[in-house]
Design a protein around this ligand. Sequence first.
Ligand code: OXD
Ligand code: MN
Length: 658
Amino acid sequence: MTHGTQSGTQYQIWGRSTAVERVCEHHRQLTPCTPGGATDEGIRADMGFVDSALDEAGLLNPHVREYVAHWAEVTGAARIEVVDAADDARLVAEALEAGELMPAGEGRYYSRSYHKDTARSEERTIVATNDERHRGQYNNWRPAAEMRELLTSKMRGQLAGRTMYVVPYLMAPQGSPLEKYAAGVELTDTRTVVLHMIRMARVGVSSINDLAEPDSFVRAVHVAGDLPNLGQGTPEDQRYFVTIADERTILHYGSSYGGNALLGKIAHGLRQAAFDGFASGEFLSEQFLLLGITDKQTGEKHHVVGGFPSASGKTNLAMTLAPDALGDRYHVEFYGDDIAWIWPGEDGRLYAFNPEGGVFGVAKDTNELTNPTALHSVDEGSGAIFTNVAYNPDTQEVWWEGKTPQPPADVTGWEDWKGDKIADRSESEKDAPWAHPNSRFTTALSQVPNVSPAYDDPAGVPVDAIIFGGRTRDREPLVRAIHDIAEGVYDGLTLGAEATFAAEGVEGQLRYDPMSMRPFMSYAEADYAAHWLKIVGAASQPPIFAHVNWFQRDAEDGHFLWPGYRENLRALLWLVQLKNGEVKGQTTPVGIIPTREELNLEGLEIPDADLERILSIDNERWQQEIGFREEHLRQFEGLPEEIWEAHRRVAAALEDDA
Ligand code: OXD
Ligand code: MN
């Protein structure tokens, strides 16, 4: 493997690309076959074009070859192109030429998705297996055979006359102990999906040629379909996003956006990997950030992983810098903002790495205050791709809500995320957002200014703390730490965020999102809880657990009681000190919280009353919460007794303390 630089971006280079067309030999012409132009026998005879493409690319793995040939035949692809990260510049040039990308300054690009294809769709996402015991509350379980047949019929013939890109990838640093779960081959009909995969994974044939178990790779097929005619969100919705977990096959039909289409990320990196981790008993795959904190005075380094439901600040925390006042002493390093694979190491500690190669971050509200690191990771020359933000083709600038307090004053040239001119908006349209709320930036990890030099280390890093953080306007203190493993896992299972509007739920009740994995659960929640107990329990030096909350508000005027953003590091520093036995904290029924004196507030002004509130426990609200939790956990039949015991211990401690 070598490294190459394109427009200032470093990509890992694994090999060469190749494209070979299906040639209609029975017509003796060197043109791609057209739909309906050949008999079945003719098509089969013509499948030699697949072999030629794979030969030319040096793709030797016989199982991969068979898989590619199978889906080339099903989809009727006219042309096969095997992709390597080194193809990026050429593919970008082709996408610019085709209008799929537009330039957004030097070495940066802009794209729009179909306007009804802008987010993951949880209702259309299914985990299928051959065993109904995998049915859970959240995974929309269906039988494997039924889904394979349905998806095959949807994909049949869809690539007639078109290219099928073959994207071999690795969701792990090369050489990691979990490599056997990391290899995959995405087949896709969409060039911008290929460009995203190059940024989000390690792409090239060497990732699948030299597998210790050559048949151990994820088969991931993506067909976008006819986007304007898929009935998105209607009773006739045609979209299906299916992971057949026990066959390690992913079949996604009907989208070209984000996790629906970049199959290495969520479908493989989370759903499939979570299932593999459970089935093998070897690891956890979680929607977690991963960061490192170095104390420059002592040289000690600690690593934190953590799960946060959407809109609870996960990416901002993952990419945080130390607050200015503490910057001389502490350095924070970024490893990952969305996925961590976690396993027990031989030394008795838990280890983790980020399986992704890039960041697919939400653009909205990203600015110099909330996340300067993210902003600089998409600087000119970064190779970043923006999707569905606002765009000015005259100046090649991009903008999204919250990038600056106000949108550009001079609207000349500006277009909203759908491509409509801002200047042409009618009075009733003028307050509509310029960017889609789920607009994104995609950039390689290597572009993040404070990325750890060890981000690509296959050995991973030892985990000192596992944190969960929701968005809760009252009740949850700034940080509460939990030493007991079962209580920690129980806390993760009861993680949630407040419904955004009271109308979405009962006031003060959370939308529970266990471990922030609700949309990615691939097997039954009771087994998931047991697997967590097993993996963390296997560590003789387990990490400390904690729950954090940056979002408590004043009951009267609603102001946030804690300033958030970079200041959040102060809560993590206290947690690390607690783990190291340097502070004791105060014990409460729901965990250990810092005393005022223990929290490092150097350089931070915060009113006494606010501090008091975020460092105390509201027993009455907690007792109400215990009732909600009980209802939530009851859905999971067969939940391990340790989890129920933890629940009863916390409930009894609250009663005693009332
Ligand atoms: C998500 C993502 O949808 O990370 O959670 O893209
Ligand atoms: Mn995510």
